[in-house]
Design a protein around this ligand. Structure first.
Ligand SMILES: [Mn+2]
Length: 342
């Protein structure tokens, strides 16, 4: 399936790798693994990595993904105007490339590896919306190429999956768990979790300080985090990651929305749905995207209250069409007699 891409890597003298702006563990991780794969397939190629990020934010746990714990490997000063091959990782659309979009577009050949509902903005598009993460797709590429997974790569792939799935709470399939089972003993999962641990004292203060409101008999939770609240708690933007997962973990909640104000005054909303509920239409009506019916996001310049007002009729309709999920089945009890395997 990835043969065309591998052929392009082998033929390219210069390769540029990209991930989305303000990248996360999956975006950066899949790109770093991508670099190792490119260097293996084509040892003579020049391979550069680009990510449009806010320096302050990234100078945290993500530095571990790079040699000598620094981001020096990113955004090289001596980059080229044109690359033979440009590959985007974990980018749902070309806007997500931020200030590096023009370099990406300069590529003689462009490629796109992603697990979101994707615009297919490249020449070669590898989109798998069933994958938990782009790291899961990199794992499939590694296997398709019959390459042995190193300790470092295993840790990166493991980290990408746990962060993109909220510690295996959403977007996981049997294949995801199969991959994790193959990585687990080589990845040092305990240390990976320590590095990507989301909780800080300031983050917990922020959780206490932010607005959290419940509607529709607790079926909808809306969390709002303003820049003032972030500042007053001494928290960082990364302390706001995973807020929507926290909302979705609350009993009776069908849909969780977390609005976080950016330093530029925009509001980024991440959406989560439980059961068979879907956030797809809510993300779409606000010009956002989704990686599954349970996970999506959008960014708006309107105040959350205004955005919420606009969404209320649709939310009401969603809840009317689909009542609150109350499981009747007891998954722990069965009547099957035991027997030995054939
Ligand atoms: Mn991802």
């Amino acid at each position: 399936m990835y043969n065309k891409l591998v052929k392009q890597v082998k033929n390219a003298n210069t390769i540029a790798l990209f991930t989305h702006m303000n990248p996360d563990a999956d975006g950066l991780g899949s790109m770093v693994v991508g670099k190792r794969l490119c260097q293996f397939a084509n040892p003579n190629a020049k391979v550069d990595m680009f990510a449009d990020y806010n320096e302050k934010e990234l100078l945290g746990r993500y530095r571990y993904l790079f040699k000598s714990n620094s981001h020096n490997e990113l955004d090289p000063p001596n980059f080229l105007d044109k690359y033979d091959l440009c590959i985007a990782h974990d980018c749902a659309n070309e806007k997500r490339l931020g200030k590096y979009l023009s370099i990406f577009k300069s590529g003689k050949v462009t490629a796109n590896v992603d697990h979101h509902d994707n615009d297919k903005f490249a020449l070669l598009n590898y989109i798998n919306t069933d994958a938990s993460s782009t790291c899961e797709m990199m794992y499939d590429i590694i296997n398709a190429q019959n390459i042995e997974i190193t300790r470092g790569m295993a840790a990166i792939l493991y980290g990408g999956v746990i962060t993109d799935t909220g510690d295996f709470t959403h977007n996981c399939t049997a294949h995801t768990h199969e991959m994790i089972s193959n990585l687990y003993n080589i990845a040092n999962p305990q240390r990976v979790k320590e590095i990507f641990n989301d909780s800080t004292p300031e983050g917990m203060k922020l959780l206490r300080a932010c607005d959290m409101d419940f509607y529709f008999d607790n079926r909808l939770v809306i969390i709002k985090v303003s820049q003032d609240q972030i500042r007053q708690s001494g928290a960082k933007m990364r302390d706001t990651y995973g807020m929507s997962d926290r909302g979705a973990a609350i009993r009776r909640v069908d849909i969780s929305m977390a609005f976080v104000e950016s330093e530029q005054g925009l509001w980024h909303c991440s959406l989560r749905a439980n059961g068979d509920h879907s956030i797809v239409d809510l993300a779409r009506m606000n010009g956002g995207g989704h990686s599954s019916h349970r996970v999506g996001a959008f960014t708006t310049n309107r105040h959350p209250d205004e955005a919420i007002c606009n969404m209320l009729p649709l939310i009401e309709h969603l809840f009317e069409r689909q009542p609150h999920y109350i499981g009747k089945e007891n998954p722990f009890i069965d009547d099957q007699p035991l027997r030995t395997r054939e």
